[in-house]
Unconditional design. Structure first.
Length: 261
């Protein structure tokens, strides 16, 4: 009598942090399964270990448990561990919003830093501080000791590939650097430029026009006078110019939206 072989398909099932993608070739007469971990990394697992719960992750769970034990006994920094997890998400998790700019471009993490303890040791030996973030010197390179350093948030913002560079009076800075130099919020400065302000006015550390007269088409009036003449409420006009950073022309010529009943 032939022994009945029961075929079980684990595809789509979740075991701990692992979701089964499909079956792999048997190894030593054992059924193997390709899984993706919640952290974004793929791993091949013995089917028996999935069923019994022996294997619950790609190894990151064990690393985190060790980290918690280390933190309890050695005071490992929680923030540093979050940074390490963030690197893994960006490089390995295709569902991460940042994956396209990291793992999607081929950026990965060196083998040594697969272990949090190794990453922590490097960080503490290379000027890590609570107010610094990790940065790759070569934005096309990997996360590895020779290509990483600890810098401030402003320095990191200035190193981004998508930075806006502004040249004024022969001096070129990123938008973030101009904002810091002028003492102006970066969001406000960007809004001024997007709304068509001349650079001379956009790169000003003054709050615009709250009490000053507004000049348009050769005519100067206070904001309240323009408000009465154009039939735009003073509050709305002030918001256009001081909050939304609209240019004077746009603020004074954009019709007021009529409410629909």
């Amino acid at each position: 009598m032939h022994e009945r072989v029961l075929k079980i398909d684990f595809t789509g099932r979740k075991f701990g942090r692992l979701t089964v993608i499909g079956r792999e070739e048997n190894k030593n007469s054992r059924v193997m399964w390709l899984c993706i971990c919640d952290c974004g990394k793929n791993t091949i697992v013995d089917g028996r270990n999935l069923k019994t719960g022996t294997t619950k992750s790609c190894g990151c769970l064990s690393a985190e448990l060790k980290t918690k034990r280390f933190r309890k006994h050695y005071g490992i920094d929680v923030r540093l561990h979050r940074i390490w997890c963030g690197m893994r998400q960006r490089c390995f998790n295709a569902n991460s919003k940042d994956f396209k700019n990291y793992g999607g471009r081929g950026v990965t993490i060196c083998e040594a830093w697969e272990r949090f303890a190794s990453f922590r040791e490097w960080a503490l030996n290379n000027n890590y501080k609570e107010n610094l973030t990790i940065e790759r010197k070569n934005v096309n390179g990997n996360y590895e000791p020779s290509n990483c350093e600890w810098i401030t948030n402003l320095e990191q913002a200035n190193n981004k590939r998508c930075n806006i560079f502004i040249t004024h009076n022969g001096e070129t800075k990123t938008l973030a650097q101009w904002a810091e130099f002028l003492g102006v919020d970066g969001t406000v400065l960007k809004r001024r430029i997007n709304n068509g302000y001349p650079l001379e006015k956009a790169l000003s550390n003054q709050r615009f026009y709250t009490y000053h007269q507004l000049e348009f088409n050769g005519k100067k009036q206070t904001m309240k006078e323009w408000s009465r003449e154009l039939g735009i409420s003073y509050v709305a006009l002030k918001a256009r110019i001081t909050t939304n950073q609209w240019s004077i022309e746009r603020a004074l010529t954009t019709p007021v939206k009529k409410r629909t009943s």
